[in-house]
Design a protein around this ligand. Structure first.
Ligand code: ZN
Length: 468
């Protein structure tokens, strides 16, 4: 498909696109800080205006009990496929401020990098989407498919009200595919499409023994210490030899990878030594036998102890048997594992491992399901072709070890598959001081997105019935 007309438009308007992004990034839309609530709203209003300017037929704020989101759409023809673009306009706090080499809300371009908070995560990537739409409309007069856009104002605070928003707006958000640009490529010149995210479920364990801390001289040796009981429970959850979680049924529902999927995971270059260094210089990696480090952290489930408490932790020693001890646990889940099912299996394993000399209470916290878009999904293939044309390389199909809650919500609430085409680079320092976005990535990303709409228009199945 020829995109020379679109490229010419983007080339001619490059400096202006960057200037606009710079202005957008000046708004300190920090969702976590109530003092910036007005700025988050200002950012939403600016974005809605920019969406109208880019050519969306309607663009408005969607109010939530927290910060507003922005919704825009351009419905060309109900018979055409519809894509929903997702991003966020809120940003992370900036502290520690003294570590920034230039003020976080005075964007600067240094060495081909735009330096400011939100440059890559996610304002720059949201802006690319607006400019790709503008390029289509200015060059060809109309989009090749229907586009909807929802840009959240609370992503950096855990998408607090986004589930409610999706439920309330389910009709307007209906689409055939969600396109998310809020991640990084595998590396410079190494385009990638993220097709899977792990889910997560949280549990808390509390072991109680005596009603109050006991004197270890008077009671020691005759009463089971809750910290010791807890330690045994926790240690029993993983086999140190095989690295496998020992919870009965933990792996029962895990979808084993096909040979092709395993090859895809292995295709993206991985440097074990560099990984160990990034991991804070760990002496060696550790995990489930029979799987590579990349597989262990992306396509295999895990159980991690996140925190343990109990007993005396002040200076010197204190001769007690503590009354209670507790731990926080989270499990990362992979396709076909359900948070509720895994939580109940872990709970059962903990209850089975506890001594009758203490009591245990297990509380199940929040969970989110894993998501996976088939690697031959037409949306993935379309994104792959668009990336190859611009970057000159085949896109790796990667799976992420973490969770992106809105992607899981779209999947669960709307049955909407997502394609994650992010244009950040691994060294963008998102969430950290001196965040940056490579200007070359910004331009290339716009070119990919203009092509993506052309590709999706022909490869997504035509809709059988009209949109309501
Ligand atoms: Zn983000």
């Amino acid at each position: 498909m020829n995109a020379r007309d679109l490229d010419a438009y983007c080339d001619a308007h490059q400096p202006r696109f960057v200037d606009e992004l710079v202005e957008f990034c000046r708004i300190p839309s920090i969702s976590a800080d109530p003092a910036h609530a007005g700025d988050v709203r200002r950012s939403a209003e600016r974005l809605a205006q920019a969406a109208r300017d880019a050519g969306f037929a309607t663009a408005e704020l969607i109010e939530t009990p927290g910060h507003p989101a922005v919704y825009a759409e351009r419905m060309v023809d109900p018979g055409l496929p519809t894509a929903l673009i997702y991003g966020h306009h809120d940003i992370q706090p900036v502290d520690p401020l003294e570590e920034w080499t230039s003020p976080p809300f005075e964007p600067r371009i240094v060495g081909g990098e735009l330096r400011c908070r939100g440059a890559a995560d996610d304002k720059g990537q949201v802006w690319m989407h607006l400019k790709a739409v503008q390029a289509h409309l200015s060059t060809r007069g109309e989009l090749p498919l229907n586009l909807k856009l929802v840009v959240e104002g609370e992503e950096e605070i855990g998408s607090a009200h986004f589930e409610q928003l999706i439920e309330a707006e389910a009709t307007r958000l209906r689409a055939d595919l969600c396109v998310v640009s809020d991640t990084a490529m595998h590396g410079r010149g190494q385009p990638s499409i993220c097709v899977g995210l792990r889910g997560v479920v949280a549990l808390e364990v509390e072991v109680t023994g005596p009603a109050l801390d006991l004197h270890s001289g008077e009671f020691g040796g005759a009463v089971l210490n809750p910290l010791e009981a807890l330690s045994r429970i926790l240690a029993s959850l993983r086999d140190p030899g095989s690295g496998r979680v020992t919870v009965p049924g933990f792996y029962d529902d895990v979808a084993e990878l096909t040979g092709e999927e395993r090859a895809q995971v292995a295709a993206a270059p991985f440097d074990e030594a560099a990984f160990r260094e990034v991991a804070g210089d760990v002496p060696a990696t550790f995990g489930e036998n029979g799987y590579t480090t990349t597989e262990r952290r992306t396509v295999r489930p895990t159980l991690e102890i996140n925190g343990v408490w109990g007993g005396y932790q002040g200076p010197g020693s204190k001769t007690i048997i503590p009354a209670r001890a507790g731990a926080k646990i989270t499990c990362r889940l992979v396709p076909r594992q359900q948070p509720e099912v895994i939580a109940s299996r872990v709970r059962a394993a903990i209850e089975a491992a506890v001594s009758a000399a203490v009591r245990v209470m297990v509380t199940v916290g929040d969970g989110s399901r894993p998501v996976l878009t088939p690697m031959h999904h037409p949306g993935v293939m379309a994104a792959s072709r668009a990336m190859k044309e611009v970057f000159g390389a085949d896109a790796y199909r990667t799976r992420a070890g973490g969770s992106i809650h809105p992607v899981e919500m779209f999947d669960r609430l709307l049955g909407l598959p997502s394609v994650l085409v992010g244009f950040g680079l691994p060294d963008d320092r998102i969430h950290a001081p001196n965040e940056k976005f490579d200007i070359g990535q910004f331009h290339a990303g716009i070119q990919v997105l203009t092509r993506l709409w052309d590709e999706l228009a022909v490869s997504l199945p035509k809709r059988a019935h009209a949109e309501s």
